[in-house]
Design a protein around this ligand. Sequence first.
Ligand code: C2O
Ligand code: CU
Ligand code: CU
Length: 480
Amino acid sequence: MERRTFVKLALLSSFTTLLDAKKIDKEITVFKSFSKKLAIPPILKPNILESGIKEFNLNVQQGKVDFLNGSQTNTYGVNGDFLGPTIRISKNDTIKINVKNALQEETVIHWHGLKVPGVNDGGPNRSIKPNDTWSTQYKINQRSSLCWYHPHTHEATGRQVFMGIAGLFIIDDEDSRNLSIPKEYGVDDIPLVFQDRRFSQDGQFIYKQTMHDVMMGVTGNFSLINGVIDPYLEVGAKTIRLRLLNGSNARVYKFMFNDYREFYQIAGDSSFLPKPVKMKTLILSPGERAEVLVDFTDAKGKTLYFGDNLSNKPLLQINVKNEEAEDFRLPKKLTTITEYQEDNFTQLREFTLDVRPGWLAINKKQMDMKRIDEEVILGESEVWRIINPTHMAHPFHIHGCSFKVLSRNGKKPYLNETGLKDTIFVYGNETVELAIQFDYEATKEYPYMYHCHILEHEDAGMMGQFTVLKSKKESLQVHS
Ligand code: C2O
Ligand code: CU
Ligand code: CU
């Protein structure tokens, strides 16, 4: 997995040397790293309706958070001040979610990674007015995975995510239940939502300001995990499962441990991997998820750091308890990917990323809510070719599906992307091919989106809309 020559990477170097002299911008007060405990997002309890439907209530609201020991940062959150609870469900569950917009502006919540019809998908066309509630109900029919929810408001997604609207969605199925891997939420199965922020002198978030912010995406000098700046985590002297989400607007992470310890990736965005993949570094672009297993039996009583090699910063302090080590046997096999085995593809679609000074688009078109860019036929297998002629890497995300990566520049995909995914990091001057199929309908009224998941790029127009309809004929009827 060490063949990443695409992005300019800092030479592998230990970031522990930076612990004392952590770079702090002049604008903000000094913050003592690793003084706060990692928060674990609570699991939201559903109401069970008569028909067995699990009902969840999400209240999107304003809040205030003391991030910097004394700051009163204005935030947004879901059922709380910042970020939201975890929705945990099983394959074949039918769920109903009531999204109440208690903000003073429009918003909408999208279920990133969920395979649901366009009408339930929470795209920009679904916008919820202040004080309104959007109720949506759908059946879960997909593999166990870590998904997430976040706003998808027209031209305001980046700002609303930055303010704090995001949460996790965990799907369980036979695979996740039967595998003998750590699964005690918050104890040995730890969700980690990585984000970064910048603060003004009076402790408020500083969002988009300049053309540079738009072109490069907004990044911050403070890193947050689950809404806590530079937290610490205490774990047992055993194998721990980390569920990683890059929930940042634009920052790319190359995760590693400060002692270069190996870990195993077991899952990507939308499924387990066929087998565990041994790694020392893991690149995660905005919107992507990964699950890894790390063995801490050799580290009892020690302090380690999980950090980002690109910014050369430790992000999470891990204190391993001084207790008797617990053995663990890594499963040899995790799952079988049965999807897209035959290649009877009926369509090839090309998406060329298009970046020029002050211009972000796909196929030379900027997002237009009134224009449908592609019309897909329900249930047909297609190949989507994402062409990135730019020098910058872009995470390309597609709604309403999970896909298999066929190739990168004509070569086999990396081992850690041999499961199903919904977001693919396309490096500069790279072409990626995806095998894809859509199993649910998306009408012209509520189409699906495909877009760059650097949220400032998305908001600036690097996004398109597509329908999924039963047949060409029928789609014509619907359109007339
Ligand atoms: Cu996570 Cu269309 O987005
Ligand atoms: Cu999505
Ligand atoms: Cu982009």
